[in-house]
Write a protein that binds this ligand. Structure first.
Ligand code: ADP
Ligand code: MG
Length: 381
């Protein structure tokens, strides 16, 4: 089954959605966007609840334009899964079901076997959401549309259901469009991720690409990449260098981002980002002192430290503070004379590093992980 959206747009009050072009195959396509970006609008159009002003939607090659919701075979699950209150969970699930075997499989996959004889009022939030999912899937939709189905649940229950959804999605053979404002949920579930901003898709790519190679500052920041900073471009004695605070980073390795840094004229600045998971705090014994050697800058007369490694940038920093976030540690480091950067790491790595506030350390960023957001622009006017 394929969903093909062409030139789709609608106005709702002051809000204008689209134009949007997108093809979704039998995959989990997550739409990630802030509140008010048009996520529910998109699903409402696909489900036939909202009629677009312009554009075309093909489901399995057939236009659904103008077709009422009940004829579209799109299964829609909302944040608070709506169930018939006077029916038991079982009756809800079987309501539009065709295949009793499939119903049994679904209720097992969604772990609601035990509660099937209860009415919705006697179910917890998580159980209600599971029953709503089973009910929608039991009807055998051609397309599954999910509107923030986990957002009303408490964290542990949300995590468990997310895990079960992940398992469930692997058994489905239909396009799944899952909209959420939660980056973790989106990246955990998505085969492909679309970032929605003001009714437009700003970037569509795999979760890894979106996280590590965002195409705008908005995408970087909305997906939790705090490390967006400027580097100055200069030509030094050793060739092209990028200045980050007091550090001079030799730009030599290959790669798209590096090409863009090399292309910038002297005196220009480039906006770059590096995902926190790609910033490595080095151990004291990791040769950081040798790797970062001192060179004289004729320009400023100051003693500047230059990265000597070719495949990674090595940057002297001071350890500022850290947050223990359960599975990971988020460590904030101050680049000498430059921006504050964030590095995330496992607890094991954190323990091994034996960090202390005020420690002078070195961080390493693989050159391919340094992603240029905005190509160099001249700062001299
Ligand atoms: P999201 O689901 O991403 O939070 P929505 O699609 O619900 O965003 O809403 C996007 C915008 O459309 C909002 O700014 C909202 O004010 C507007 N909107 C939503 N529904 C209606 C409506 N029925 N009439 C007018 N404007 C609407
Ligand atoms: Mg919404």
């Amino acid at each position: 089954m394929m969903v093909t959206i062409t030139d789709l747009s609608v106005r709702r009050g002051d809000f204008s959605f689209g134009p949007l072009d997108l093809s979704i195959s039998n995959e989990v396509f997550c739409v990630l966007g802030p509140s008010g970006s048009g996520k529910s609008t998109l699903l409402s159009i696909l489900a036939g609840i909202v009629e677009p002003d312009r554009g075309e939607i093909l489901i399995g090659g057939e236009s659904v334009r103008g077709r009422p919701p009940e004829t579209r075979s799109t299964g829609l699950v909302f944040q608070d899964g709506a169930l018939f209150p006077h029916l038991t969970a079982r009756e809800n699930v079987e309501y539009a079901a065709e295949d009793p075997d499939y119903v049994r499989k679904l209720t097992r996959l969604l772990a609601v076997d035990e509660v099937l004889d209860r009415r919705p009022a006697m179910l917890s939030g998580g159980e209600r959401q599971r029953v709503a999912l089973a009910r929608t899937l039991a009807a055998g939709p051609d397309v599954l549309l999910l509107d923030e189905p986990l957002s009303s649940l408490d964290e542990p229950i949300r995590r468990r259901l997310r895990d079960d959804l992940h398992r469930l999605f692997a058994t489905l053979d239909v396009p799944v469009v899952y909209v959420t404002h939660d980056q973790r949920t989106a990246t955990a579930l998505a085969d492909r991720l679309g970032i929605l901003r003001d009714g437009r898709l700003e970037q569509v790519d795999t979760p890894t690409s979106v996280l590590e190679r965002p195409n705008s500052r908005f995408v970087a920041e909305f997906t939790g990449n705090e490390n967006v900073f400027e580097v100055g471009l200069e030509t030094g004695r050793c060739g092209r260098v990028a200045r980050l605070g007091d550090a001079l980073l030799r730009v030599t390795a290959e790669g798209d981002s590096i090409e863009r840094l090399l292309a910038g004229v002297d005196g220009s600045t480039a906006t770059v980002c590096a995902h926190p998971s790609r910033i490595t705090v080095l151990e004291r014994s990791d040769g950081s002192v040798d790797a970062v050697r001192s060179v004289d800058s004729e320009e400023s007369g100051r003693d500047l430290r230059m990265s000597a490694d070719e495949s990674s940038f090595r940057i002297p920093v001071t350890i500022e503070r850290w947050l223990h976030e359960g599975d990971t540690y988020r460590v904030f480091v101050q680049v000498d004379g430059g921006p504050e950067l964030t590095a995330t790491m496992s607890r094991r790595t954190f323990d091994r590093l034996e960090l202390a506030r005020g420690d002078e350390r070195t961080v390493s960023i693989q050159t391919e992980s340094m992603h240029v957001l905005d190509p160099p622009t001249s700062s001299r006017t």
